[in-house]
Design a protein around this ligand. Structure first.
Ligand code: ADP
Length: 670
């Protein structure tokens, strides 16, 4: 028990330590990797901060100095002209406010300017033109209004009326020439948005009238107007509001696509499409954020998700003069962040960026595991996070596996050593215990078995010495009894000595070719006198032509005497004992049978063990110390033979010793 504890306890402790060590190794590997990536992410974030702060500084002077409409072209064409990486890749459109937060661009609410004039002055013209279809009369009225008009708006409106009437009357050359005037003459300023709209309409009308002539100069002028944001772009430039510009862009794209110039001007068309998208984007954002009220707490040069349909982001920047909100979609953020993020991403690690609302922006779309690191993205991205994921969930295992293998093998080795040491110790202790038990049994049996004959001898000798006998005959009888006890004592001591030698493995046998007949005769002779007493029938049946066996004659005689002695001892008064010797299957068999008390099946299995006795009570009437059969088995085993017992309680027993015949047995001894 103690030994088992001594083995199990350290093994369990070792296993526990091993599992702790393995766990710690994994944690250490994880911490190491996390530290490395933390460092890299910090570098990434400071470089992101640097990039966007630099960008904000770069555009600062332009923001302050430019007119809103020009500023729009400055901010947005960065996207069109430079490559789409880095900060310049982000801006798809822009909304511009003044320092108080009032919207400057796109122009969504227009000032119609001074459009006053005599009441109903156009009504009679429209009556003629649209109701009575009297285009000549309508033309005259429009001419009169135009001549009299001092303000830009009324003049242009009247001229456009004349153009319509001339077209209806079929005077196309004059209509075109007047339309040209309405489209390019008497340029309105930015405050006269109503007139600007008419000017834009006139340019569309002019393009339409030249459509079938093969003269595309007006079509080209139209697209130049639509994409012209700069005063310096000459007569094509008109400072129009957002809706008018969107209208012109759409019209010019449509007319170009229908014209023969579609192929030649395809880059121009696609650029117009970009502008259209930028304008529509800006118009949408300006509707949602007509002033900076809803983001007045945003820090300058910072990114935010906008409250608009789709994944829309804004980069907010403020100077002393203006405030701008640069607009882009999630993929634009992704494009501009991409090269920087790639510095952290490896084959083992993927990045994921989430915005201030926790929504996915770029990187790994659907992570399967939890992020091992989530770091705030710095002041340019308030509330945003970079999350890092391992591509392979078992990466810590791999990092730790080498060390873990060393631990495992060391652990297994130590466990094997402990078990081996435990095994050896158990064997040694077991042997010691068995020896002790044997010694105790031996002492108990020897003292008991020696005491009985010694005591009876002492009584007999004392009786003789004291002269307490009737006559000479009785004295002789006492002496005979003493001799018998003496003989019994000698036999016992012989057995003890044989056993003792056996224990020390010192029993050396003189094995030679021997006749089994002689062995059997010698044994029968030895017990004859004893068996002649009382009612004992002793039968000996020996086949004369038996082959020789390789045996120690005396030892085999001892075996048979022990068996015969037992047959005598364990039989009742009417004894019938038989010794048979015969050959069978290359063996010689010695069979001793009796009609005695027999043995149970359980006892039959145990009787060849040392000191085993069926009846161990001190009151049993037969002598013996439980060694006879074990000695017999030892001797027979040394002869490469077998010994067995067949018995039934109350029906007697048969003990059979089988020895291989001479030439067979000799093989075993060579
Ligand atoms: P012991 O000295 O006690 O006779 P043995 O080794 O010769 O020791 O025998 C062991 C036990 O086997 C005996 O105690 C006895 O109970 C049983 N035994 C041996 N031979 C016979 C037999 N012929 N019939 C019944 N029991 C036997």
């Amino acid at each position: 028990m103690l030994l088992a504890i001594a083995v199990i306890l350290p093994t369990v402790c070792l296993l526990w330590f091993m599992s702790q060590a393995v766990k710690n190794e994994r944690l250490a590997a994880r911490q190491k990797l996390v530290d490395v990536y933390h460092q890299r992410t910090e570098e990434l974030i400071s470089s992101l901060d640097q990039i966007w702060t630099d960008y904000a500084t770069n555009i600062e002077t332009e923001i302050s100095s430019r007119e809103p409409i020009e500023l729009f072209t400055y901010l947005v064409p960065h996207l069109l002209r430079t490559n789409k990486l880095g900060p310049y890749g982000f801006c798809q459109s822009a909304v511009i406010y003044d320092s108080d937060g009032t919207l400057l661009y796109p122009i969504v609410q227009i000032e119609l300017g001074d459009i006053s004039g005599p009441k109903g002055e156009f009504e009679s013209a429209w009556q003629m033109e649209f109701v009575e279809k009297n285009f000549a009369r309508a033309l005259t009225i429009y001419e009169e209004i135009a001549d009299a008009a001092e303000d830009n708006y009324r003049w242009r409106k009247a001229v456009i009326g004349q153009v319509r009437c001339l077209r209806a009357l079929g005077d196309l050359p004059k209509a075109r020439s007047l339309c040209h005037d309405a489209a390019y003459e008497r340029r309105p300023n930015v405050s006269q948005q109503a007139s600007i709209r008419l000017m834009a309409d006139a340019r569309v009308l002019l393009t339409e009238m030249y459509r079938d002539t093969g003269d595309y100069s007006h079509l080209i002028n139209l697209i130049v107007t639509a994409t012209g944001y700069n005063r310096r772009s000459g007569p094509a430039f008109i400072p129009m509001d957002s809706n008018t510009r969107i209208f012109l862009l759409r019209k010019s794209i449509e007319y170009f696509q229908q014209s023969k110039l579609a192929e030649e001007y395809k880059y121009r068309i696609s650029s117009a499409k970009w502008w259209l998208a930028a304008e529509e984007f800006a118009a949408g954002a300006a509707m949602r954020y007509p002033s900076t009220d809803s983001f007045r707490y945003w820090t300058t040069a910072s990114f935010h998700r906008l409250d608009m349909e789709g994944d829309v982001y804004g980069f907010y920047h403020k100077t002393s003069e203006k405030q701008v909100l640069l607009l882009g979609h999630a993929e634009d953020v992704s494009n501009s962040l991409g090269p920087t993020l790639n510095r952290v991403q490896t084959s083992d690690v993927s990045c994921r960026v989430v915005d201030n609302t926790g929504a996915f922006v770029t990187g790994l779309r659907q992570p399967v595991a939890k992020a091992f690191l989530a770091v705030p993205m710095g002041k340019s991205f308030p509330g945003w996070k970079v999350e890092l994921y391992f591509n392979d969930a078992g990466v810590f295992e791999k990092a730790a596996s080498k060390q873990v293998t060393v631990y495992m093998w060391a652990g297994i080795l130590v466990i094997v050593l402990i078990l081996a040491a435990g095994g050896f110790a158990a064997q040694a202790v077991g042997k010691q215990i068995r020896l002790n038990r044997l010694k105790n049994d031996f002492i108990a049996t020897v003292s008991h078995e020696l005491k009985t004959p010694l005591a009876s001898m002492r009584v007999l000798v004392d009786t003789l010495l004291e002269g307490n006998y009737k006559d000479q005959k009785q004295a002789i009888e006492y002496l005979q009894l003493t001799a018998k006890e003496n003989e019994r004592l000698s036999r016992l001591i012989d057995n003890f000595l044989t056993f003792s030698r056996m224990e020390r493995n010192k029993q050396a046998f003189a094995i030679v070719k021997t006749s089994p007949v002689e062995i059997a005769r010698a044994a029968a002779e030895a017990v004859k006198t004893k068996f002649s007493h009382g009612r004992c029938e002793f039968e000996v049946e020996i086949n004369e032509d038996l082959p020789d066996v390789l045996a120690d004659h005396d030892a085999m005689v001892t075996v048979l005497i022990n068996l015969l002695d037992n047959a005598y001892k364990y039989s009742y008064d009417d004894k019938h004992i038989k010794l048979r010797v015969f050959s069978e299957d290359n063996s010689v068999c010695f069979c001793v049978s009796d009609n005695g008390m027999g043995l149970s099946r359980r006892a039959t299995k145990k009787i060849f063990k040392r000191f085993y006795q069926v009846d161990r009570s001190l009151s049993r009437h037969v002598e013996g110390c439980g060694l006879g059969l074990s000695i017999a088995k030892f001797i027979v085993d040394a002869h490469r033979g077998t010994i067995s017992a067949e018995s039934k309680p109350g029906e007697g027993s048969t003990f059979t010793v089988k020895l291989p015949v001479g030439n067979q047995a000799s093989k075993g001894y060579k």
